[in-house]
Design a protein around this ligand. Structure first.
Ligand code: GLN
Length: 538
């Protein structure tokens, strides 16, 4: 197949309808039919990437192997497809403008007035085709962030319009995701918001090829017919997306509705084989028929918003299924936890994860949590800042350095057991300047980490500025906190663990970003297994 085909996914009526899950589910089905498929997301905000955003804004910042800080939807793409994404898979308005303005400064526009149309739209179109032109994909799905009708989405909608026209018949199609609300008082599903949204899209010159309708109730045949007639699509192209108990049900629901078939027909592509979802369905079966149940505490400071720790929560779903265990993740606010309340808040947990984070708010609660897990033999898993807190806790309570800290929290601490990385010292810009992406780690044999990974060399994704201070390595190791994983090139400590404990491990990197349905992350799988064991035995 030489011509890459493009599917654009837009959203209407309201945000948060789950465009990312629909895009990922469709991609999954197309992949399962034998098409090399990828997904990219275009976000209409002006930040160059979401790396500088507080998690309360758009949820977690996801990190790719190549060190891009991206929208959390890329996490869904990877979890569903089991194929890594990259910087090219996420573009924001900020990145588009930055690049156009840099070109203008270099004089590349030869004296022309630089305008939204054509310069910004050309840049968007070029980026929309970047992955398609690599030759690695048969189908590229592009999700447009935001809602149709938003001022900031206009350049994207115009770019989609132009591109669909330029690509020619059957080479680019548009799927529009809308809401069909249920009015309890009238006892009816309402199509009007969808009609208006499709009309708004048409005012921009785009005719939706497929409608995906989010709904709480089944769409009747009559209602589908009505939507088809008023929205100018074939009836078979009105796809119902009913609320599901888990996002992992959505590919099967879309298969039943025939979303993949309609899309392939519109793209003039053969259906090939029936999608083989056997591995996926095996995962679903285990997820829905657990034999055990555990309570895991997630201790962090962004717990009010579920999306802040999206990849961690999803990694627990994968690891839970792998262990045939229902994992109840209990969010615990680290700001409201101290020595007095630790027992009360943590005593019923079968495992404790201390979350990543930035800044001083809530860190004493995290340190107290580590102490409690260590002293009470509760399986403990620290990620990034969570690992750093484990180092501080051990230094304070075992080495006796009562004032041990990270220089992120206290620059003048007499015992900076966590300190800024050498190469970070002179960096002042905040955007895209952390130690990011995949870095090597060498795991020592005869360690818990080695037992978990079953190998000595791994690559894991990072997002941090501070590190384990090597000056304290000997003291901490002699006292029992072992560095079991080290970056072979820089000597940076990547993994710490305790021997005389059922499960105590802290990692400087973010394993959650690499957990997928097909490959649940071994650290999460082992941690959940340790929690099950802890529940049974103690
Ligand atoms: N704030 C810490 C650092 O920059 C930890 C970062 C994180 O948890 N992602 O090193």
């Amino acid at each position: 197949m030489n011509q890459t085909k493009y599917i654009f996914v837009t959203g209407g009526v309201t945000s948060s309808l789950g465009k990312g899950i629909i895009a990922a589910s469709l991609a999954k089905l197309l992949q399962a039919r034998g098409y090399r498929t990828t997904i990219q997301k275009f976000d209409p905000y002006i930040n160059v990437d979401p790396g500088t955003l507080n998690p309360y804004e758009h949820g977690e910042c996801y990190v790719t192997d190549d060190g891009a800080e991206t929208d959390l939807d890329l996490g869904h793409y990877e979890r569903f497809l089991n194929v890594p994404t990259s910087q090219a898979n996420n573009v924001t308005t900020g990145r588009v403008y930055l690049s156009v303005i840099e070109k203008e400064r270099r004089g590349e526009f030869l004296g022309k007035t630089v305008q939204v149309v054509p310069h910004i739209t050309n840049e968007i179109k070029e980026r929309m085709q970047l992955l398609g032109k690599s030759g690695d994909y048969d189908i590229v799905i592009t999700e447009i962030g935001g809602t149709v009708g938003d001022i900031e989405s206009l350049p994207y909608i115009e770019s989609v319009r132009q591109l669909v026209w330029e690509l020619g018949e059957n080479n680019g199609i548009v799927i529009h995701l809308t809401l069909v609300p249920y009015l309890a008082a009238a006892g009816e599903l309402k199509t009007k918001p969808t009609q208006h949204s499709v009309k708004t899209l048409m005012e921009s010159g785009i005719k939706a090829d497929i409608l995906v309708c989010r709904t709480e109730h089944e769409l009747s045949q009559d209602l589908r017919q009505k939507l088809a007639l008023f929205c100018n699509v074939k009836k078979e192209a009105v796809i119902q997306s009913i609320d599901a108990s888990t996002i992992y049900d959505v590919p099967n629901l879309m298969l039943e509705e025939g979303l993949d078939k309609v899309a392939l027909k519109k793209l003039d592509l053969p259906e090939k084989n029936t999608p083989d979802l056997s591995q996926w369905n095996e995962f679903l079966h285990k997820l829905k028929n657990p034999k055990h149940e555990v309570n895991i505490g997630l201790v962090g400071k962004y717990v009010e918003l579920q999306d802040s720790y999206k990849s961690i929560l999803e990694a627990f779903i994968h690891a839970g299924a792998a262990n045939e265990t229902k994992v109840n993740v209990i969010s615990i606010h680290s700001e409201y936890l101290d020595a007095k309340t630790a027992e009360e808040q943590l005593k019923d947990l079968d495992g404790i994860l201390v979350a990543p984070g930035f800044g001083g708010r809530g860190i004493e609660g995290k340190i107290e949590t580590v102490r409690y897990a260590r002293e009470n033999n509760i399986p403990f898993f620290g990620i990034c800042l969570g690992m750093q807190m484990a180092v501080i806790e051990y230094s304070r309570n075992i080495l006796g350095y009562a004032d041990a800290n990270s220089t992120e929290m206290n620059e003048g601490t007499p015992h900076p057991v966590i300190s800024i990385m050498e190469e970070q010292k002179n960096i002042t810009d905040k955007g895209g300047t952390m130690r990011l992406g995949a870095w090597k780690c060498h795991i020592k044999e005869n360690t818990l980490a080695h037992k978990i990974y079953g190998k000595t060399d791994i690559l894991e994704r990072h997002r941090h500025r501070y590190e384990f201070n090597g000056d304290y390595l000997d003291a901490l190791e002699n006292a029992g906190l072992k560095a079991s994983g080290i970056n072979p090139d820089t000597g940076l400590v990547e993994i710490v663990e305790l021997k005389n404990h059922p499960f105590f491990i802290g990692v400087q990197y973010h394993p959650e970003y690499k957990s997928t349905v097909a490959n649940p992350h071994p650290l999460f799988v082992s941690f959940v297994a340790a929690a099950v064991k802890n529940k049974v035995c103690c």
